[in-house]
Write a protein that binds this ligand. Structure first.
Ligand code: HEM
Length: 127
């Protein structure tokens, strides 16, 4: 498989995944029943599986590994934080008053991941 094609797949899934999360989050904040829509309930799982599959392939083919390369370590740890915050933002049991904070924190954490990916630096190359 072509490296550039898989990287394009990874980045395309990133764009779709963040857009779907943003959409679900905004609908959730407006108390809209977004779980009724098949696309919003199922598509994120499919997209995120492809995103992570492509990530693992890129790790393998580029020979750059989490817990060896600092930027990939930062990506994995921030991804775990993003998943946790995203689950709280969208979870059924989260008090409505707490949702906006979790949603904003999840968007900040995924923005950090994108910055790390683009700069290949945990500090975005700032220091
Ligand atoms: C929400 C999570 C993620 C986001 C937002 C994200 C974002 C990105 C972006 C924007 C790029 C392209 C960077 C460029 O222009 O070269 C990229 C590349 C890459 N990502 Fe991810 N990524 C995520 C998760 C992961 C994970 C979990 C891993 C590995 C465990 C990973 C491994 C890689 C690798 C190896 C590349 C290719 C870097 C290169 O060609 O040197 N990504 N990612």
């Amino acid at each position: 498989m072509d490296y550039l094609a898989v990287k394009t797949l990874h980045v395309s899934c990133v764009v779709i995944s963040i857009s779907l999360f943003g959409l679900c989050g905004l609908l959730q904040l407006q108390s809209k029943p977004w779980r009724q829509w098949w696309l919003l309930r199922v598509a994120p799982h499919i997209i995120d599986t492809v995103l992570l599959g492509a990530a693992l392939w890129l790790v393998w083919r580029s020979g750059q590994y989490p817990f060896v390369q600092g930027w990939l370590t930062a990506k994995v740890l921030a991804l775990l934080l993003y998943i946790g915050l995203g689950m709280r933002a969208l979870g059924r049991n989260t008090p409505p008053a707490q949702r906006p904070s979790y949603f904003a924190a999840a968007l900040l954490s995924v923005s950090y991941i994108v910055g790390v990916a683009l700069t290949r630096s945990p500090s975005w190359g700032l220091f």
